[in-house]
Structure formats: C-alpha cells, structure tokens
Design a protein around this ligand. Structure first.
Ligand code: ADP
Length: 386
C-alpha cells in the first residue's frame, strides 16, 4: 500500500482557456512524492488557475493531470485525496474551531473515535487545543490560519494545495508560519503544492520552484539553482531583492580580448569578459549582476581579478543588518547590497568592484541566458591582464 508522502502529481501539456484568454499554456511538470513544490510568479501569471485545475475546481482545457500515474481530469475533487488551504481560510463563521476542523470528516462519515484522535493530534501539533470551542471571529489571523491547517491535517490526504495562505498575516507572523508549514509538511510527509507571489516565501519554503509568467512556464528548479542559474532575464529579475542589476551592451572582440561594450548607456565602458568565445561580434546582450556581487573597494579591501566602476551614490538605504547603495550606470539605476552598516553619503564618489564570474549575460531579443565559461582559468588570466 502506498502511504502518505508517496503521491506524485504530474501535469502533461496542461492548458487553460477562459474564452479566448490563455490563462495557462502547455505546462508539463512532475511534482515528486513528498516534495514541497512552489508555484511562483507575479499576479495574474496563472498560479491559482494551475492549482485549481489540480484540485478539480477548474476544468482542464487540454492536457492531462495524473496523480500517481492515473489520469484525474474528470475525477471529482472529493475523490482526488487532496486537501486545500486558501488565502481567506474559508472557515464557517457559525461553527466552532472543532466543528470547522472536523467538518470534512463528518461529511466523509469518519468514525467518531477516529475523528477525536485526529483532532487531538492536529490541535497539539498546531498549539490550538485551548481554542477548540471558539468561533472564528474570536481568533487572531494567525490562529485562523492554524485552524485552516488543522482541517488539512485531519483529512490525512497525501496531497495538500495552498493558495497564498500567509498573505493576510503581518510580516513577523508570516515568517513564523513559513517555517511551521514547512515543518508540518515534512513531519506529515505529504506532497505540498504551494502558490505564492512572494519570492522570499518561494526561496525559503520550496524544495523546488516553478516560475510562471503570463501562463507560461519559465523555469523549474531548486531555489539556489534558479537564483544562480536563471533561465532568462525575467527569472533573474523576479527572484532576488533588490532585483538583479542589468544594462544593455554588445559583445565585442577587441584584439585578443573579448568583452561587453556598453554603447547605449551614455557611458563608454568596455567590460572584458572571457569565456564568451563563439559569440558573433556585435551581438546585443543584457549584462546582469546581483546587488550583493557589487563590492565596495575601500582602502583596506583589495581585490584581484575584479573589474572596477567609479560611481556617484544616489541613494542609501540603511537597514541595520545591511546597506543598499544606489547609483546610476548610464541610464540604469543599479543597487549594491553590503552586509553591515556603511557610512556612505548621497553624492559621494565610490569605487565598486565585481568579479567577472558574477556576470550573467542574456540575449537581448529572447531574454534567454547565454552561456559564459567563466571558470576557465586561462581565460580569467586574460581578464587580469586587462
Ligand atoms: P495568479 O494566481 O497567478 O494571480 P490566476 O490563475 O488567478 O493568476 O489568473 C491567470 C489569468 O487568468 C489572469 O489573467 C486572470 O485574469 C485570468 N482568469 C482567472 N480566473 C478567470 C475566470 N474565472 N474567468 C476569466 N479569466 C480568469
């Protein structure tokens, strides 16, 4: 017998049309048994629609949904062994916490003794045993969220779907619930499919993420894979805060040296970059670099193999644990993020350095990431000579 946590969910070329509007377009993905899988992307990109098709609340226009290898397209929601937690918690206001949690089991005519055991277990796990006789209006947002989780736990379904379950909570509680939900999923061993527009939630909670844009799949991968090797410019800028800095340029070969010439930016800057041989001279590219990869070049700190920019500070955000420094590179507003508290002032002229291997290149037309073999030792030496 397959136990909880052994359930996999697969989408095969799944699409959803609302009239003529394509809300979800040709999505294929295998969600592994016991995985915490996050659907992430900006509002309107098709996350909820995808989740609702998996739940059976929305018809699939074309393609197949498989649960444990069985096609589920026309199986009613109640037969899919899926529990769901929504943003608004969907609690019945006239029922107590206990009645709300047990409602699904009552409908399924689960034996009273079994109901009692499951309720006790869930209430203990969630720390709400003292709230069982209250009505939802007598609870805080966080407590209501726990009741909604309790309902999913007692169902003992092997798949749980969550749609923005934390967006009604304040920042501190959100942080706490993030780790609680993650722990809960692991201790129950269930397959979790979790929708959020918040890239921090996606990065911190997911075993893997699927990034959507306008109903189209952009990338599936582990959080750090997606962060370090974004498939395209959209993913690179969506994941990370502040977003990746970018600037347009063209790839040039100047004698034996290759690199990126920033031409359109009112700055005439050639950034030598090895490992890009094979590009055609004049290829339009977007150069990207993360804020944390732009380092301060102060007197005590010396870097070898780094490229240097001399910039005028336009903004300073002192966040206590880190400092975010804004400056213009041509017409682009760039940000550097440094650990700690830096006594930087607006108007100050600073040297900022970055390592060539931190540069990410994208095709200007398609936005796809371009390959750079930056770890080639010989080529890095070329950079040092520049
Ligand atoms: P997300 O959850 O990522 O915010 P949705 O899945 O809710 O996005 O929506 C995807 C697209 O489908 C949006 O353009 C939205 O306007 C559209 N859409 C969602 N539900 C319906 C509906 N019932 N009828 C028509 N269009 C819809």
């Amino acid at each position: 017998m397959r136990g909880i946590g052994m359930t996999e969910v697969a989408l095969r070329s799944v699409s959803k049309l609302y009239g003529k509007q394509q809300a979800v377009q040709d999505i294929s993905v295998d969600i592994r048994p016991g995985e915490f899988f996050v659907l992430v992307g900006p509002s309107g990109c098709g996350k909820s629609t995808t989740l609702r098709m998996i739940a059976g609340l929305e018809e699939i226009s074309s393609g197949q949904l498989l649960i444990d290898g069985v096609v589920m397209n026309h199986v009613p929601p109640s037969k899919r062994r899926i529990s769901m937690v929504f943003q608004n918690y969907a609690l019945y206001p006239h029922m107590t916490v206990k009645e709300n949690i047990l409602f699904g089991l009552q409908v399924r005519r689960v034996q009273k003794e079994e109901q009692r055991k499951r309720l006790q277990h869930a209430a203990e796990m969630l720390g709400i045993a003292n709230l069982l006789n209250r009505k939802p209006r007598e609870l805080s947002g966080g407590q209501r969220q726990r009741v909604a989780l309790g309902r999913a736990i007692v169902s003992q379904h092997p798949i749980c779907l969550m749609d923005e379950p934390l967006s009604n909570l304040d920042a501190k509680l959100r942080g706490q619930m993030r780790s609680e939900i993650r722990q809960l999923q692991q201790s129950l061993g269930i397959t979790m499919i979790y929708v959020t527009h918040d890239q921090v939630e996606a990065m911190t909670m997911g075993d893997r993420l699927m990034i959507l844009r306008d109903g189209q799949l952009q990338q599936v991968g582990k959080p750090l894979e997606v962060y370090n090797q974004p498939a395209n410019l959209f993913v690179a800028q969506f994941m990370g805060a502040p977003p990746m800095n970018t600037v347009n340029g063209v790839w040039r070969q100047q004698g034996s040296q290759t690199g990126i010439q920033l031409v359109e930016q009112e700055v005439d800057l050639f950034i030598p970059l090895a490992g890009t041989e094979g590009f055609t001279d004049g290829t339009p590219v977007v150069l990207g670099i993360r804020p944390e990869s732009l380092l301060p070049a102060t007197g005590e700190m010396r870097y070898t193999n780094h490229h240097q920019l001399c910039v005028t500070v336009r903004s300073v955000e002192l966040l206590g644990s880190e400092t975010i420094v804004g400056f213009m590179l041509g017409r682009e507003c760039w940000k550097a993020k440094w650990n700690g508290q830096w006594p930087v002032k607006v108007g100050e002229v600073l040297d900022i350095v970055f390592a060539p291997e931190q540069i990410v290149l994208f095709d200007q037309q398609s936005g796809e990431r371009l390959p750079v073999q930056s770890n080639d030792k010989e080529k890095i030496e070329l950079w040092v000579k520049s």
